[in-house]
Design a protein around this ligand. Sequence first.
Ligand code: FES
Ligand SMILES: [Fe+2]
Length: 421
Amino acid sequence: MNEMTELASICTSDLTQTAGLGTGPVSCEPYRSPAYFERERENLFKRAWLTVGRVEQLPEKGSFFTKTIEIWNAPIVVTRGSDDRIQAFYNVCAHRGNQVVLTERGRASRFSCNYHNWVYRNDGSLMGVPDEANFFDLDKKKCGLVPIATDVWEGWIFLNHQKQPEVSLQEFLGDFGTRFAGVSWENTDTSLYFEAHLDANWKVLADAFSETYHIPSIHPATIGKTFASAVNPHSRPLDARFWGPHRQFSTFGNPDYAPPEDAMVEKMAYANRDTGNVLGAAETAGMTEYLDHPAINPKQSKHWALDIAVAFPTLHINLSPGGFWSHRFWPISVNRTRWEAEFHVPKPLTGREKLQQELYITRIAEILLEDVTNTERTQRGIEAGAYDTMQLQDGEVQIRHNLHHVDRWVNARTVREALGI
Ligand code: FES
Ligand SMILES: [Fe+2]
């Protein structure tokens, strides 16, 4: 087999045409137009289900965490009530609008607003008002924390800005939700979280994690030798699949990779296994079951490095041999984004597992930082107006798919129309 034939036998080709997405250049306007951004806010981000975290972040009854969802201009608090129910609320006091919960996370059965001490239960109901007799017909039942539509899929907590969401979370996720159901997400006692603010459109950030064409140039020292090989020097993807606006991207891993002689820590961590790629990690309990799930490495390819599962629009879940990590891209303005990255790993049971995990997390963190180096420069280039379009190759099909569906939502009158259901 010559190298091109071998590559064709490993990597699915014509991903873009098979997906029916067209092959022409794509417009720069969605990345730089303030008017387009406002339409994204109203028609996409205020109508789609958005993930804010995982259930492990609320381990006990009374656990809570707070966040600001900039695209909604809304501070929120997510709680696990005494009935174990997970529910999000606007973190806004009914009295005069102060934020009620000021800490990032914790455990509490009640929250007290620090302005005039109105007290709320963690189910949102208003419990106590100092000097209540001096108010006028105050109906405490109508003055609770305002709930936000909340639902959970496979441990991921989703919120919807619509008071009565037009579609359920299940309808929104459709076949994507079915396909990734049952992945052993729960095997994730530990998480490591970081966030950064970048001067770039949210799609510039998402695009940076949506293709592997950049791997030989951006990551030569970290994963250049593991995500590319002599037979696949430009790191073409193994495969891409689409379910409405959601998608999966399977990336190539070099099965012949071995740690170099002088990489002592890497060699020690992986001395007992043939990882095939540098993102291979722990053999902790449940890892075999996780890797055997039919949605993971769907082609069962020995050239597999990891899958990127995207719950449109903002959640990227990266499923690798070591577990999974996730990103969320929160738009702040047309050219500013808050990026959240989170690693979810099981509790290590041996010293070697601990070492593998530490190596896995530091490696990926290093790679992610390499990924964002160009994002602010890219945004400035797009805004310069030198070009009105971008050129996308077949391996960048995920970017094209995202732009296509963003545009559908921006222009659709209803969520059902946007989803085509
Ligand atoms: S604003 Fe919260 S008690 Fe006054
Ligand atoms: Fe990258």
